[in-house]
Design a protein around this ligand. Structure first.
Ligand SMILES: [Zn+2]
Length: 88
C-alpha cells in the first residue's frame, strides 16, 4: 500500500516552495525529506506562505507518476508528449 502525502510550504530565503511529504500530516518535525528527494528544514507556515508559495514541480511530477499519470500530459509539455506514445 502507498503512503499518503501532505503539502507544506517551506520558506527559502525571501520566498519559498510548497513541497509534498510522506505521511498524513505535518507532526511538527523540524526536518523531513520531500517527495522530490530534497532534505528540508520545516517550520510552521503562515497563512501567506500557503497563498504565495508555488508548488514544487519535482514533488508534483513524482506524485503524478505514482498516481499513474504522465506529468508531460498534465503540464502540456508538447516537446515530450510524443515520446512513448502508445505505451499507455
Ligand atoms: Zn519538492
Amino acid at each position: 500500500m502507498r503512503m499518503g502525502h501532505y503539502w507544506l510550504p517551506v520558506a527559502v530565503g525571501d520566498g519559498g516552495v510548497r513541497h509534498a511529504f510522506r505521511g498524513r500530516r505535518w507532526e511538527g518535525e523540524s526536518a523531513a525529506e520531500a517527495v522530490c528527494g530534497e532534505p528540508l528544514a520545516l517550520a510552521k507556515p503562515s497563512e501567506m506562505d500557503w497563498i504565495t508559495f508555488r508548488s514544487c514541480h519535482g514533488c508534483r511530477c513524482a506524485l503524478l507518476i505514482e498516481a499513474g499519470m504522465r506529468p508531460e500530459v498534465v503540464y502540456g509539455d508538447r516537446s515530450r508528449s510524443t515520446v512513448g506514445k502508445g505505451q499507455f
